[in-house]
Design a protein around this ligand. Structure first.
Ligand SMILES: [Zn+2]
Length: 326
């Protein structure tokens, strides 16, 4: 497995992806995955016993909730990219900053009109009757269990999914009196030139780093690639870029995980004001233009690039000031 300088971002190869042909390496990866991946702290909620949960929560009472779906991600990627990517990023963030990680949810708002894709709710709609109540119940239960903050990371991000997730998080932050962040992972790395793509450079690079052996670029023909949107993964995707993006995203998630459970009412209010301003703008522009993606039109030009850093540093008023440029 890959070791980095601080040891924080090493990704354990998962048995299901690493070297499909059986080998000794497979066996060790398999036993590691079933027990304690890469020897670091187990943070996956479903693998823990009660006392382990209590110890972890006494140190950092944050619950990470990864979201994704089953969706075509090109011939070279598996169809679980969104949830797998979000889950692994949450695990690394919890190991670094504290907190526990709930099992990922497969199923969301939207999905491509491509094979092997489950569209649970319609694309680019915000009238969610499945994802929204699920998120709200999850948050309510997390707080009832004693978690003091929830961080929802969606690896699946049509406009509808993003709006529903962030809006539900804002609403629950208010209603439960505990901060809930609901964001796609790429929004935390806009300043690393990752403005979100579909199965292209960004997502594919992340998968190459987070799940070594899971990407088979040789299965891609010549561009344009079916159901791939963004920079050509065959030309540009690298494990090194995946590691860079992972570092940015995980550092910010870990910083939030350390701080969010300690926020007082004042910080929570300021956080809610910023997140609310962002999702209000996304909704308003959707209403005005009849285009769910309207509030994203300037993001590839660098507008809003500071969001991830400002959020992690609790500079909420600066986020509010940027929202009007979307
Ligand atoms: Zn994706």
């Amino acid at each position: 497995m890959k070791k980095t300088v601080d040891g924080a971002l090493a990704a354990a190869p998962l048995a299901v992806f690493a070297n499909r042909a059986h080998s000794k390496e497979d066996e060790s990866a398999s036993s590691l995955e079933e027990g304690r991946p890469d020897g670091r702290r187990e943070v996956r909620l479903e693998y823990l016993r009660p006392r382990e949960i209590e110890t972890a929560m006494s140190e950092c009472a944050v619950l990470f909730q990864p979201l994704g779906t089953i969706e075509w991600h090109g011939y070279k990627n598996n169809v679980g990219v969104d949830a797998l990517k979000a889950h692994r990023l949450c695990v690394l963030a919890a190991q670094k900053g504290g907190g526990l990680v709930a099992p990922p949810l497969y199923g969301g708002v939207g999905g491509l009109d491509e094979p092997h894709t489950f569209v649970i709710e319609p694309e680019n709609e915000v009238h969610s009757v499945l994802v929204r109540p699920w998120i709200e119940s999850l948050c309510r239960e997390a707080v009832r269990q004693g978690f003091k903050a929830v961080i929802i990371v969606t690896g699946h991000y049509g406009a509808g999914q993003q709006i529903v997730v962030r809006e539900a998080a804002v609403r629950m932050s208010r209603a439960l009196g505990a901060p809930v962040l609901g964001t796609p992972e790429y929004m935390l790395a806009l300043d690393a030139d990752y403005t979100g793509d579909h199965a292209a450079w960004g997502e594919t690079s992340l998968m190459m780093h987070l799940y070594p052996g899971s990407v088979d670029l040789s299965q891609l023909g010549e561009a344009p690639h079916k159901g791939v949107y963004g920079r050509d993964p065959k030309k540009y995707a690298t494990r090194e870029d995946g590691e860079k993006l992972t570092r940015v995203i995980v550092d910010r998630l870990a910083a939030l995980s350390k701080r969010m459970p300690n926020w007082g009412e004042e910080e929570r209010r300021r956080f809610i004001a910023a997140e609310s301003a962002l999702v209000d703008r996304q909704l308003e522009m959707m209403g005005e233009t009849k285009n769910a993606w309207a509030a994203w039109r300037h993001i590839p030009k660098g507008v809003f690039a500071g969001y991830g850093g400002l959020l992690a540093e609790e500079k909420f008023e600066e986020i509010i000031a940027m929202v009007k440029d979307l």
